[in-house]
Every structure is written in C-alpha cells, then in structure tokens.
Ligand binder design. Structure first.
Ligand code: SF4
Ligand code: SF4
Length: 131
C-alpha cells in the first residue's frame, strides 16, 4: 500500500538521518516529494510504500522525531473557470498535472498531495483544496 504524509521534524532532530533510519528500521520505501529544510524547521511531504504493518511501524518511528499528518486533502477544479492555460503544470511537485494530446490540462486527483501550488498559480482561481 501507499500513504502520503506531511512531516515536520522537531528542531532538535533536524540534523539527524531520520528518514534513512526509518527506511532501515521498518523496511518501508520513502519517496521525498517535497522538502523545505531551514535551521529551525524542516517540512517534508513523504510518500511511504510497504505493507500496512510496515507503514504503521514507520509512522510510529517518524512520530518519535517529529509530527506526522496524513494527507487527506483533495484537489477540486472548476471546469467552468479553467481555460487550460497550463500555468499550473510546472508548479506541481509530483507531476500530477499534465496536458493531454488535445491540449486539455488534466489533473490526476488521486496523486495530489495538497501542496496548493496550483491553487496559487492559477490566474483564474479555478482550483481549490477540499478538506
Ligand atoms: S495541490 Fe496542485 S500542485 Fe499540489 S500536488 Fe495537488 S495538483 Fe499538484
Ligand atoms: S492554471 Fe488554472 S486555468 Fe490554467 S490550466 Fe491550471 S487550473 Fe486551468
């Protein structure tokens, strides 16, 4: 199975190899979709792959070193407002938006991690995040 999470590393653990130790100790595979690391704060969007047990173990492990929030947000596009300009495509960190062969912009909603980049990028306010 796959699970996507937001992860804030506690300041005292920023310089520790928390992600690689989670992989070694639990057997999950972790894809880092987004990382913003500053001296006092680290924020990551992570994608975990493994069995249910492995992922639960990994979430427990990560929780010892920071705060975990499971991603449950979904993207909603207003097709009446969207003009398929493509401004949002390059802003998506996980390539969940693309242009098809007919030049229509397509959102892979099941892939979305709720980063809101496309919401900010859209000049027509055609995208919103639904909790
Ligand atoms: S919110 Fe938009 S930019 Fe962010 S992951 Fe979802 S589709 Fe991509
Ligand atoms: S930026 Fe807005 S209008 Fe342009 S393709 Fe994306 S959702 Fe549609």
């Amino acid at each position: 199975m796959r699970k996507r999470i937001y992860y804030w590393t506690d300041p005292e653990h920023i310089n520790e190899p928390v992600i690689s130790e989670t992989v070694l100790n639990t057997g999950v595979k972790i894809n880092i979709l987004k990382a913003k690391v500053e001296p006092q704060e680290a924020f990551l969007i992570l994608e975990l792959f493994g069995t249910k047990e492995m992922i639960e173990k990994a979430l427990d492990y990560l929780s010892k070193y920071g705060e975990v929030e499971e991603i449950s947000k979904v993207i909603k596009r207003d097709l009446e407002k969207c003009v398929h300009c493509g401004c949002c495509i390059t802003q998506c960190p996980i390539n969940a938006i693309y242009m098809d062969d007919d030049y229509n912009v397509v959102f892979k909603e099941e892939e979305c991690v709720g980063c809101k980049n496309c919401v900010k990028a859209c000049p027509f306010k055609a995208v919103e995040i639904v909790e």
